[in-house]
Design a protein around this ligand. Structure first.
Ligand code: UDP
Ligand code: MG
Length: 190
């Protein structure tokens, strides 16, 4: 098994690279952002709660995303591996993830951070917003708030995995394929 956390600021390419990994390996992709957007579309209580926060670029509470992940990994310890995309976003989420995985006889093998300059991520997100229909991808102020929250609350999560010697970074300023080939070198290598 190989369990991977894809990390980095909004718009750094986590979802894009996760999709490439799924094409090439038998991994299960878990994006809490995608799950929350699905809940919003269905109009569930979780979706309604998330919408107000997501529209402002704020974080959905730890308990909500932790339960989303818990329900999706339970009993799935015979898969090739999980790709966690957009989660954990706080140290508490990382601690809970480690515990949940341990209960299932698993662990995180590696966190990979995508390094991208801030001006590049802003323009990539605005570009994505043109056809994604995501309100939070269309407003520069909300995008800046998401980046601020990433720096204030999420960046520290890297330290959690660095302490465990499970950390690497990959520059993602180039093309999708260039990044994928750099990323692939880390899979099953830690
Ligand atoms: N979000 C959150 N917790 C999560 C995942 C998503 O609070 O675990 C919210 C948060 O408001 C974030 C938005 O959903 O700004 C979009 O997250 P996603 O990871 O999909 O966006 P990306 O960072 O990939 O652009
Ligand atoms: Mg994403």
């Amino acid at each position: 098994m190989f369990n991977l956390v894809l990390f980095g600021p909004p718009g750094s390419g986590k979802g894009t690279q996760a999709a490439k990994l799924v094409e090439n390996y038998n991994f299960v992709h878990l994006s809490t952002g995608d799950v929350l957007r699905e809940e919003m579309r269905k109009g569930t209580p979780v979706g309604l709660e998330a919408k107000t926060l997501i529209d402002r670029g704020e974080l959905v509470p730890d308990e909500v995303v932790i339960e989303i992940i818990r329900s999706r990994i339970k009993g799935l310890n015979n898969v090739e591996g999980f790709i966690f995309d957009g989660f954990p976003r706080t140290t508490r989420q990382a601690e809970e993830l480690d515990k949940m995985l341990e209960e299932e006889g698993m662990a995180i093998d590696l966190m990979i951070t995508f390094d991208v300059d801030e001006d590049v991520i802003i323009s990539r997100i605005l570009e994505r917003g043109k056809d994604s229909g995501r309100a939070d991808d269309q407003n520069p102020e909300i995008i800046k708030n998401r980046i601020k929250i990433y720096h204030d609350q999420t960046v520290v999560v890297a330290h959690h995995y660095r302490k465990q010697n499970k950390y690497a970074s990959v520059n993602n300023m180039g093309t999708i394929d260039e990044t994928f080939s750099k990323l692939s070198k880390h899979i099953y290598k830690n």
